[in-house]
Design a protein around this ligand. Structure first.
Ligand code: ADP
Ligand code: MG
Length: 353
């Protein structure tokens, strides 16, 4: 009797052993496909900022090289600081002649002009003269006088920007001294380009971070949403105040903490209101836009920041755009469509929809 029982247990144990063996084999397969063997992320300084890309699963060094090469190409075409760039050449030829540009420069300038019109000039790509006057973000920022600002403001009219479409696309600034600055849109265009390339490589999930211009490409392994943290604008190095659960979407923030200088206890940040020529001072600390197009998110984050909470909220509603604004009183007002995607992480803030 006892022997029979023992035998039966043994009979039961054998299939159990093989089942466990089989399961562990399946587990090892699952873990490999979960991205255990990810290539580490890569970080390089391009477009005047720190750019990090993390490819999951099928990430290979050759893909990283292709992505960063594309970033360098966009920088070579659109940086104001590179004398041979399309933008530098357009600025030098301002008031003189149109300049033939690369397709991607033309695409960004065209979109920039559309955003300027859409936002009534809150987004102003032709404000290079004022940006240079303040020189915020450089080693030598300048606090200009009212006279200095008034002298430069007439040179910042986006309606002076003229585009010629066709075989040889060209850009012309009608006024001498007028200058393009794509600082508030080029990174968005670049993030869209990388997301498009990553999809074309067949990679299902990746995170692109171009100096805070985030593209959460595809989805996490297993089909889950990415969790993107939104910075605390009072302490950008601290913990995020919110997490947004998203798939295949860009998250772009414009905030007072990104680039600024302080003089006599006052902070002067880099988001300029072209109605008075000064950093916008309207109670907002940051604006985050969530959009499939990172270029739209980038331009509109800057524009809505300039518009301020009331006008910005109205604009967002009319355009059906997902966004959240954080103000000086630590109130986070988000568009109602984001209710299911947002989780408040910092209870010092008040989240309203
Ligand atoms: P960041 O580049 O720091 O992420 P933004 O996308 O908001 O922030 O771009 C800000 C940059 O855009 C400024 O540094 C300046 O070069 C330019 N800029 C400033 N004010 C405006 C504006 N009202 N419209 C368009 N560009 C602007
Ligand atoms: Mg922007």
């Amino acid at each position: 009797m006892y022997g029979l029982l023992k035998k039966r247990r043994l009979y039961k144990a054998v299939p159990l052993f093989y089942t466990l063996l089989f399961l562990s084999f399946i587990f090892s397969l699952v873990f490999v496909s979960c991205g255990r063997k990810n290539e580490p992320s890569q970080t390089r300084v391009v477009l005047g900022t720190v750019c990090t890309v993390q490819l999951f699963e099928k990430g290979k060094p050759k893909y990283y090289d292709a992505l960063f090469n594309r970033l360098s190409e966009i920088e070579a075409h659109m940086s104001v600081n590179i004398p041979s760039s399309d933008i530098a050449r357009i600025n030098t030829a301002a008031g003189i002649e149109p300049v033939e540009v690369h397709r991607d420069t033309f695409e960004v300038v065209k979109a920039a002009l559309e955003f300027a019109a859409l936002t009534g000039g809150a987004f102003n790509p032709a404000g290079g003269a004022l940006v240079q006057l303040w020189n915020i973000g450089s080693d030598a920022p300048h606090l200009p006088s009212r006279e200095e600002i008034d002298r430069v403001l007439p040179l910042c009219d986006w309606k002076d920007l003229v585009l010629t479409e066709g075989e040889k696309p060209a850009v012309f600034l009608k006024q001498k001294g007028c200058a393009l600055d794509l600082g508030a849109i080029a990174k968005g265009y670049a993030a869209d380009e990388l997301a498009r390339m990553i999809h074309s490589f067949g990679i299902k999930g990746a995170i692109v971070d171009l100096g805070g211009n985030i593209y959460a490409v595809g989805e996490k392994t297993g089909g889950n949403a990415w969790k993107v943290g939104i910075k605390n604008p009072f302490d950008s190095a601290g913990s995020p105040v919110l997490a947004a659960a998203l798939k295949d979407c860009s998250v772009v923030t414009s905030g007072v903490y990104e680039r600024f200088f302080e003089r006599d206890g006052r902070r002067y940040h880099h988001l300029l209101d072209f109605t008075d020529g000064k950093p916008a001072d309207n109670g907002l600390m940051s604006v985050t836009i969530i959009h499939r197009s990172s270029m739209s998110a980038d331009a509109l984050a800057t524009a809505v920041f300039i518009m301020g909470k009331e006008r910005g909220t109205e604009f967002l509603r009319s355009q059906n755009i997902s966004a959240l604004c954080i103000d000086r009183d630590r109130e986070i007002s988000a568009t109602p469509d984001l209710e299911a995607a947002l989780v408040l992480l910092d209870q010092d803030f008040n989240l309203v929809f």
